[in-house]
Design a binder for this molecule. Sequence first.
Ligand SMILES: Cc1ncc(COP(=O)(O)O)c(C=O)c1O
Length: 393
Amino acid sequence: MKYGVNEQGYYGDFGGAYIPEMLYPNVEELRQQYLTIINDDSFKAEFNQLLKDYVGRPSPLYYAKRYSEKYGANIFFKREDLNHTGSHKINNAIGQILLAKRLNKKRIIAETGAGQHGVATATVCALMGIECVVYMGEIDMARQAPNVSRMKMLGAKVVPATSGSKTLKDATNEALRDWIGNPVDTHYIIGSVVGPYPYPDMVARFQSIISLETKKQLFEHTGKELPEYVMACVGGGSNAMGMFYHFLDDESVKLVAVEAAGKGVDSGHSAATTFLGKEGVLHGSRTILMQTDDGQVVEPYSISAGLDYPGIGPQHAHLYKINRAQYVSVTDDEALQAGLLCCQLEGIIPAIETAHALAQLEKMKFSPTDNVVVCISGRGDKDLDTYIKYFGY
Ligand SMILES: Cc1ncc(COP(=O)(O)O)c(C=O)c1O
């Protein structure tokens, strides 16, 4: 694969595994085994069965008629919001719990921002009867409160991260700290295409089911496998990478990744990583991240907890640098308005993360024959409070 990872774990200048010595045995064990395990027939059979019967895949590719009329192109929604637990995060969580079982791990840890990855991880741990600890920023616990209760009901322990901006970055730091302290029996289910190699590649493979299905489904709709555009929001970048994966080598397909501009890219309250960031190391990989001149991470801001992250996965950094994908950003206000429009035109309440991808449609110029696929990464139940406060319903 032209844009895939090399044997050293790099995508061009980005990737690798920059980890403390204490984590080396864990990460090395994963690196040595992940491809053998996930390519094994019994693994594939169990993974695909659970995706079908438990998650409810394939998720539909829905022709959004009123959106198509509004934007003057054929707009399709890839409905990851209809998955069990309400987002794309469950695809990766199922893959990693099956892997953890095969590595004989007895305890699972995870970080979460919007809580969707935490809920997905708590769900698969309940399914498999494995202990689960989820780290979550204190601010995110308040703004995504329904997901905190869901995790607790599912039997997970939710530990608040109280340092820094008390959001996703800080939760990831805490999870890494836990892993360093529990290197033998614990597997860390990272929720996005971030972290040391092999995580970015492993998570992208588990999420690649999104584009695999889309190709087939688009052919059924239009007689063509390849759309003109695929679009997705980017926090760490897992729904976007899943949506891009099987289109990466099809150079005619334009890939659009939408970051969170927060209150505006120049406002000092933003998470528009490619616009504001520079090359450096974050959470174990070389990538693009928001940092000060002396390399300290800049606290990000977005109304959307899942996009409130100062970096992007290393494969995204590479696709950005070589111009294979276009990286743009959308403000809080633009996203919330787009979320409401989706409710009113299509009867779908999207997650605020997803609403960022939808907001970008306003800024695009399409031809009437263009086929455009937007990844609807998750549903908006968790965000009702934020929508209600903003619109005053
Ligand atoms: C619904 C939804 N979409 C998108 C994201 C962003 O994550 P990623 O960029 O890894 O897809 C999240 C993260 O929590 C989410 O819950």
